[in-house]
Write a protein that binds this ligand. Structure first.
Ligand code: UT7
Length: 328
């Protein structure tokens, strides 16, 4: 039997500090003109020194639980999508589960970089197919500014911080949306195009200072080309296998990396720009949190409402990409 995968709640947390292009210009050799014309980004959020991926994820989780009426002890799984975990071990999910009062559920992280939310939705769908009684808290949270090299102007202007928490289950009285289909893909021969080091790859004797590869490094121009091509292809494949065309889509919610990428994907798909949701201007690229942050804003501003069919698409390090059909 095929069980439904229902999105029953969506909570959001974004840090207070709005790091504007003007403030960035005091930190790095750049200009508001360059950033806005090349990326469409005007500001991004930066977490406070006492915050972390776990604290942001926890705040988003509390909001999602509150709006759904679900108690922490009712959760069967807590999963966190992040490429900026608090620690290599334990998982950010375990840290959040402990703080939330859900200490005995299955808790673990996944890392598909900017595709983390859509890959995670695919995982939640598989879990619910095997365990229809599961109640999954799925958090997408990133502290990207902690891994910015503030001497590298080609990357540090692009990323921001934020967290979302989604609750998925197979049954719900008034779900926000139903997952209709999701496609996940990758070309891992290109894994070196976007990297964040700091893992156990090499010896790091105590006291040795960190090197540039600790921070995010990206071959932006190369990534740009793959992003546009793969995101458009993934959308077309997913629509086709569901017997749909782009005209059946009410809203396209793409990964928020760069307004030029969003526009290029939209035009390859032949969708009106009025049906493409973007908030990259205010948040920059929040990696795994980007698509659900955009979905939450579209819901809050009533761009998105009951009855709408939504196509989400993401792209990130790996290289990974994914497309998702949601019926609201
Ligand atoms: O979420 C994961 C997916 N990531 C992405 O999708 C990002 C994909 N890539 C991009 O969005 C774009 O490639 C960037 C926004 C990263 C860069 O835009 P670009 O148009 O590809 O610029 P570029 O890297 O080719 O650099 C053009 C020029 C260079 O100067 P020269 O060599 O032409 O003199 C850079 O040094 O712009 C210069 N530059 C800057 N100037 C002012 C690069 N960064 C900056 C900056 N401010 N922040």
């Amino acid at each position: 039997m095929n069980h439904a995968c229902l999105l029953t709640a969506l909570g959001v947390y974004t840090p207070e500090h709005r790091l504007t292009n003007a403030e960035l210009c005091t930190m790095v050799d750049t200009s508001d003109e360059w950033i806005t014309s090349r990326t469409g980004i005007c500001s991004r959020r930066r977490l406070a020194p006492e915050e972390s991926t776990a604290t942001m994820g926890l705040a988003a989780a509390k909001r999602a639980l509150q709006s759904s009426g679900i108690q922490p002890q009712d959760l069967s799984h807590i999963i966190v999508a992040t490429c900026t975990p608090d620690k290599l071990c334990p998982s950010t999910a375990c840290i959040i589960a402990g703080s939330l009062g859900a200490p005995s559920c299955m808790a673990f992280d996944i890392n598909a970089a900017c595709s983390g939310y859509l890959y995670g939705v695919s995982l939640c769908r598989s879990i619910l197919a095997g365990q229809p009684d599961a109640t999954i808290l799925f958090i997408a949270a990133e502290a990207m500014t902690r891994r910015m090299n503030w001497n590298d102007r080609s990357t540090c202007v692009l990323f921001g911080d934020g967290a979302t928490a989604s609750i998925f289950s197979a049954t719900a009285e008034q779900p926000l949306a139903q997952v209709r289909d999701v496609l996940c893909d990758a070309d891992c021969s290109l894994h070196s195009l976007i990297t964040i080091g700091g893992g156990a790859e090499k010896e790091l004797p105590a006291g040795q200072s960190i090197e540039d590869d600790f921070f995010l490094q990206m071959q932006g121009r190369e990534v740009f080309k793959h992003a546009v091509r793969r995101m458009a292809e993934a959308c077309k494949t997913l629509l086709e296998r569901n017997g749909l065309t782009i005209h059946d889509i009410d809203l396209l919610v793409p990964h928020q990396a760069n307004m030029r990428i969003i526009d290029a994907v939209g035009s390859r798909l032949g969708i009106a720009s009025s049906k493409v949701f973007a908030n990259v201007e205010q948040y920059g690229n929040t990696s795994a949190a980007s698509v659900p942050l955009a979905l939450a804003e579209a819901l809050q501003t009533q761009v998105l409402s009951h009855g709408k069919r939504v196509l989400c698409v993401s792209f990130g390090a790996g290289l990974t990409w994914s497309a998702l059909l949601l019926d609201f």
